[in-house]
Structures are given as C-alpha cells and as structure tokens.
Unconditional design. Structure first.
Length: 206
C-alpha cells in the first residue's frame, strides 16, 4: 500500500514522540493542528483498496466488492480534522479536541466503494510474515451506508471504524501487515507496507 507521504524528519519525529506518550499534551495537539492547517495531514495517513482479488480489465477500477481503507494514528486524525476545519472556515480549537483523540491509538476506517461490497462483519490486522499472528481491535463501530437512485431504489451496506492499541501493534512481527475485512462473502485485504508502517507507527516498530 502506498502512503500519501513526503518524508519529513520534523513530522515523523513529532509522530514518534506522540505515539510513545500515554496522553497527548496540549503542545502536541497544537502541533498536530498546525500540520493539518498547513495542508500536510496526508503525511500521517495511509490508504488502500481492499478487494477480493486482482482487478480485471473492464471492471471497476477498485474491483467488485471493494472497500476503501484508511489507516491513521490519532495525530493524523487530529491533523485531518484541522485541515477539514480550515477548509470549512471552522478552525479546530484546542478545547474542542475530544479526550479520545488524546490517547494514542491506531484507527482503521473501512468504507464500501459501491453497493457491490458486502456487509462488514469484522476487521483485524494480520502479519504477512507470520500469518498465524492476528491482532484484534480493542473496539469496532459500524455505521449504516445507503445509496439511492432516481427510481427510488435503495441499497444499504455499512462502514466500520476499528481501533487498535499501538502497544499491541508494536508486538506484531516486523514487515508488512494486512488489513483484513471479514464479510459474509469472504475476506477482503489490503497491505500496510513496511515503509508505511514505519511512518504510521513511528517509534513503535521493532
């Protein structure tokens, strides 16, 4: 999986110090807000498409039944909120950052690409080097997603937000990690590459 990143020693160092802390300080939150407001939140976010298999010629560009997957640490999530706030002329203030974003975590968001996607049952992280090593989320939330057409037809699916403990992520074997989306129609996967993992989990990779 290719991360949306242009390497920066300053930003990676900031992410490392934040992830190692038990709680983000006001100074660290303000630094994350600044990253977002300067238009660089994507440096702390990685994304990929989880599909059933290879995309065949003539098929949708992400494949049938695919999901958009975004992986971010809380520093990246704060930065994204700040970027969106600036775009909407609603700046993100320090006192509006919820406590849940101050506790370090890794969040995997899974969105169905289109109605061909199946319902999401579960999301886990799985080592590619040691496939028997699977990391369960500490929390997973699911929300409904709906499509409609001009004829009044509707299709309903769901999206998932899975939260992982960075300390447990640290314990995963070195190397690539798969995001595994479990559905009634089978598993859909995409890869967090080793370089992306080092960026996202700076300071927590063996």
């Amino acid at each position: 999986m290719k991360a949306l990143i242009f390497c920066s020693i300053l930003i990676v160092g900031l992410a490392s110090s934040m992830l190692l802390a038990q709680q983000l300080s006001d100074a660290e939150v303000l630094a994350a807000i600044k990253i977002g407001e300067t238009g660089k939140p994507a440096q702390l976010v990685s994304s990929c498409a989880a599909a059933a298999g290879k995309v065949l010629p003539g098929a949708p560009r992400k494949g049938i039944g695919a999901f958009d997957v975004t992986v971010a640490n809380n520093i990246g999530r704060i930065a994204m909120l700040a970027a969106n706030g600036k775009r909407l002329y609603k700046p993100l203030a320090l006192d509006t950052v919820p406590d849940e974003l101050r506790s370090p975590s890794i969040v995997v968001t899974v969105d169905p690409y289109d109605p061909s996607a199946a319902f999401i049952e579960h999301v886990v992280l799985k080592s590619k080097e040691q496939p028997d090593v699977v990391l369960q989320p500490v929390n997973i939330e699911k929300e409904p997603v709906e499509w409609s057409n001009m004829l009044g037809g509707k299709a309903e699916r769901n999206r998932a937000i899975a939260t992982f403990d960075p300390a447990r992520v640290k314990d995963l074997p070195a190397g690539d990690v798969d995001v595994v989306v479990v559905t009634p129609k089978g598993e859909r996967r995409c890869k967090i590459g080793e370089k992306d993992r080092a960026m996202l989990f700076a300071g927590r990779v063996k």
